[in-house]
Structures are given as C-alpha cells and as structure tokens.
Design a protein around this ligand. Structure first.
Ligand code: MLT
Length: 326
C-alpha cells in the first residue's frame, strides 16, 4: 500500500470520516492512461481533458498511451493500478463491448473500476481511401458488392469503436470484409490516406480534418443525427442512406481502479465537472462534433448505470453476431 492510500485508510479509520481522509490529494501529477496510440481520437480527448483538469486539480495531468488489443491492455493496467487516484483511465464504448468480445479479459466491467463520470458523446463517420472510385454511399455499396471479401476495413483492434462499427457495417450489408487491426486509429488513418486499406469507421474528432483536407472520402454518419459541421453538411447518416437504424454512437468516460478511497473519487468527480464546464474545452470539442456530457451520467452512479446498460445492449448484439476472441 503506498503512502497516500495508507494515509487515506488511516484517516478514515481514525477520524471515522471521509472528509478528513485524503485531504491533500492530489500531491503529485495524475496520469490518464489512454488505451490507444497517440494522435487518435481517444488520445486527443484525453489530452484536452488533461489540460482542463490541471486547474481544478492543482496538479499536472500526464498522458500515458498503453495501446494494444483494442484498448484492453490499457484498461487492464488501470484495473491493476494502486487505487490512490493517481492512475486513471480514459476509455470509450470499448469498456462496454470488450466483455462480450473477449473470452479471456483480464478485468471485470464494471466491478474492477470506479466510474467517475461520462466525458462526451462522439459521432463517427464511415470514410474511405482517397483513391476509391465510389463518390457516394450508393456507389460504395455497389463497389463492396462486386469486390466482396477483398475489401478491407481498418480498425483499432478487437473491442475498439472502429471495430464495433465495422462489425455492424458488415452485418448491415450482410457481407464479410477483411479486418485490419492497428493499435489505434491514428496509425490506421495513415494507411487509409496512403491507400493501404480501403475503409474505416472513425470518430469525427480525427476524421473531420482529413475530410476537410480531402485526404479521405466520407460515405456516411454512423449515428442517427446529421452533424452541424461544415465538412459534413452534405453527409447523410447511414440510416438515411438505406441501412435503417444503423447507430453506433461512441462515448468516453473517466475511471479509477476499484477501491479508490471515496474522498479521492469525490475530488476527481468535482474536478471532472469543473473541467467539462471549461469554455475552451467545450469550444474545441463542439468544433469536432463532440457533445460534452452535462446530464446525470456525469455523476458516478449515473455513469455506472449507463455503462451497465450499454454492456447489456452490446453483449446481445455481439453474441448475435457470433463475434469473440480468446
Ligand atoms: C477506436 O476506434 O476505438 C478509436 O478510434 C481508437 C483510438 O482512439 O485510436
């Protein structure tokens, strides 16, 4: 047990009150573990959040990328970290999908984590390499139909948002494509731009600058609403384009390891609430199509309830699709 945890535990036991315990937290930099490669959407969100958390926490907030296995390596790392509030996880919908996708997962959801609050909701888009002949979703469908299993689909590993969206896309088209996993969508984007892979679902956060720069082609929005972004003003949802009710909406949350003292959790949640009211952060997120969460999912109990509901929803979809990994 490290010093901070010991002091918190001793404080709780001696004073019988969580108010006195962990009063000095945080006394050193806090680390946000990002379970994907640097330069991708999760990394960007975590870096923006780190900046906004700096003031309310009164400490430096550091990013550590622990990429691989669709986000499960970084998640396992945080589940096993000392529960003192200094090692936190920024993760997306993969928290809810990995338990159904992996037969052997090194952690339990939600049991091994303390949800601290949802950060945002993040729409995704279906994008293609710049040399694809298809210039509309209808043309893309035809191209996929005539190329079948030769079409490849980049993702950030099994359990990532891009993987989940790709699964749903193949199932909606009733076709199989070849998945190409990366450690994050940042390296996958480099290959998509270079034409080494054909298609990818990507969060608007990272896709919009590439669409604006005409480095990739965009074929549809993966959630149910169109996006009020100049780069996507003419882009329909996949549901509107014929894949009825196609809806993959990504979200991101902040987590501490199970057993983190309540006083520390309360401080972290208060800091998250303050950070998400930061005008600069809201402006940056909205410019990329993200919606900062301001409802009861910003509360640890509301976040946990939402996580459990998402896990149940996606478990069924994933089981029905017969997808899993060892
Ligand atoms: C995903 O597809 O899950 C994310 O885009 C991963 C990432 O942030 O790189």
């Amino acid at each position: 047990m490290n010093n901070t945890v010991w002091r918190c535990v001793a404080g709780l036991a001696l004073a019988g009150s969580a108010t006195l315990a962990c009063a000095d937290f945080p006394e050193k930099p806090v680390t946000l573990v990002v379970p994907f490669a640097a330069g991708g959407p999760s990394d960007k969100i975590a870096r923006d959040l780190a900046e906004a958390l700096r003031k309310p926490l009164g400490q430096t907030v550091i990013i550590e990328n622990a990429a691989g296995a669709g986000g499960t390596i970084g998640s396992a790392k945080v589940a096993r970290a000392t529960p003192d509030g200094y090692t936190l996880l920024v993760h997306h919908i993969g928290m809810a999908t990995a338990p159904a996708l992996y037969r052997k997962l090194g952690y339990k959801v939600p049991e091994d984590f303390e949800p601290l609050g949802l950060i945002n909701e993040a729409p995704s888009v279906l994008i293609g390499k710049p040399t694809l002949a298809a210039n509309s979703f209808a043309e893309l469908r035809q191209w996929i139909a005539s190329n079948g299993g030769k079409v490849n689909l980049a993702n950030a590993g099994l359990g990532s948002a891009s993987h989940l969206c790709g699964l749903m896309f193949q199932s909606a088209l009733k076709t199989n494509m070849t998945p190409v996993p990366y450690k994050g969508t940042a390296p996958a984007m480099t290959d998509l731009i270079g034409g080494q892979v054909d298609l990818m679902c990507e969060q608007a956060t990272n896709a919009v600058p590439q669409i604006e720069g005409k480095k990739v082609k965009v074929y549809g929005i993966t959630s149910l609403q169109r996006l009020p972004l100049p780069a996507l003003k003419d882009t329909a949802t996949l549901s509107e384009s014929g894949l009825k009710d196609f809806n993959v909406q990504v979200w991101h949350g902040l987590y501490a390891p199970r057993g983190t003292p309540p006083e520390v959790l309360a401080k972290l949640n208060a800091a998250l609430r303050t950070a998400l009211k930061d005008a600069e952060l809201i402006k940056r997120e909205e410019a990329l199509g993200l919606t900062v969460v301001a409802d009861d999912r910003l509360d640890p109990a509301g976040h946990k309830k939402f996580l459990i509901a998402e896990k149940a929803r996606w478990s069924k979809v994933i089981q029905d699709a017969g997808e899993y990994a060892d």
